[in-house]
Design a protein around this ligand. Sequence first.
Ligand SMILES: O=P(O)(O)OC[C@H]1O[C@H](O)[C@H](O)[C@@H](O)[C@@H]1O
Length: 507
Amino acid sequence: MTPAVLGAQRDARFEELLERLVSERFASRLFAKDATIWGPAASAEAAVRLGWTNFEAEALSIISEAVALRSSLAAVGITNIVLCGMGGSSLAPMVIAPNLRVLDSTHPDAVREALSADLQHTAVVVSSKSGTTIETLSHRAAFEHAFAAQGIDPAERIIVITDPGSELELLADSSGMRCFNADPHTGGRFSALTAFGLVPSVLAGADGQRLVRDAAMARPQLSEDSAENPALILAAVIAAGLPQQFVLELHGDASLSETFGMWIEQLIAESTGKDGKGILPISYPPGREGAASYTTAAERVHLTADLAQPDEGFAVSGTLGEQFLLWEVATAALGLLLGVDPFTQPDVESAKRAARQMIGTEDIRTELSPSPTEALQQLRSTINSDGYLAIQAYVNSSSPTVNELIEELRSKLEQKLRVPVALGMGPRYLHSTGQIHKGGPSVGSFLQLIDAGAEDQAIPGSDSTFGELMLAQAQGDATVLRERGRHVCTVRSGRLTEYIQTLLNDL
Ligand SMILES: O=P(O)(O)OC[C@H]1O[C@H](O)[C@H](O)[C@@H](O)[C@@H]1O
């Protein structure tokens, strides 16, 4: 099988953009690691961000090491793997190994549930490229403490993945933990085919070799300066609808992976959503309608391993390995077509800074919430009819009941407000679509739903708790959004489920 884009609409604008990519020799220059493609201002960063175009040899050697580790863990009875990592350090493994347990939440219940795993048979992968991400470091501290409390040596059970020389690597070395490094010249959201995507997935039983082999087979086609190159076609068809058609609906199917859209969300939103421009990817769960219920212009994409042409929108077809590389190349091409630097995420840091300032202050506990009626009034009066609404849900995302309820709310808001409604689980979305919320087109409204009802959970070695961290993250993001002129309706409730039920009834 070779990857393909099926059913794309080819208008004059599309042909012009495709012709530009071919004549500027975008694809061959990308695979030759030409850092000048995105202009002088972007070239210094690009010079250290193109490692992912040449992935095969390192990936295969990492997979062998991970397979050996999987056997040695199994030999001592460890069959349960938990991954702690945010954004680029967890989204690819979630897609590659759907059975992998991932902790990327600071909600106290989610943390407690992960810690209550059968630790005697568990190993934990702590994954952070920078080695400084607060959620991941807090999860590491919590697991270290939990292992020690059960008389288990944490060094035997915690496996670290990080860039060479990071603080996390130093910590792993000094405490005798196993550490995998990845190519530091590959950014987090482009790291699916490096140690970040592969090690946790292989430990959880996935076939890493097949994934890498599929991607490697697609490489010659994707590096060709040709109007038949599916990555160039994908970039041109998405860019042709801009700026009006900035929403990209992603519908996965069981032939590929139902969660693949979540990985694309981070890749596209962080890479393109800046300088007031960008494409907002919204991943829909199977069976959800999307565009049928709103009026904002959107492109509908069907993600599949089959070769079927969809009734609406277009399909991107290929195996997972092929599609990882295809979307990475298309995203880099979108950077060129939009005139943005695809390798930065300038607005993510601002929310992190604001969250750090909030920790330990009284403010995070005292903000008043609107009643459900007031919240709906606020949303109705601030929604831009050509824009979007994003729900930012700080809830226990590992609870299926909570997820279902929030999905129901998303659907109903979409039908009643007639705009696309994106759904991000906090703090996961901060490392993904959070970039475009703050840095992209200023047409979004935001609904923060914060569950403040859970019993709190200490972060070992720190003065703060997971609950405080979660509140600070929500409020830090809201502060930056408001500074940028976006409307944010913040609901913080000890009875959030009841609150959402009332919203559903009143809509
Ligand atoms: O892997 P880490 O360094 O912990 O980074 C995790 C995530 O952090 C940030 O929020 C970046 O915006 C993401 O692109 C990155 O994937």
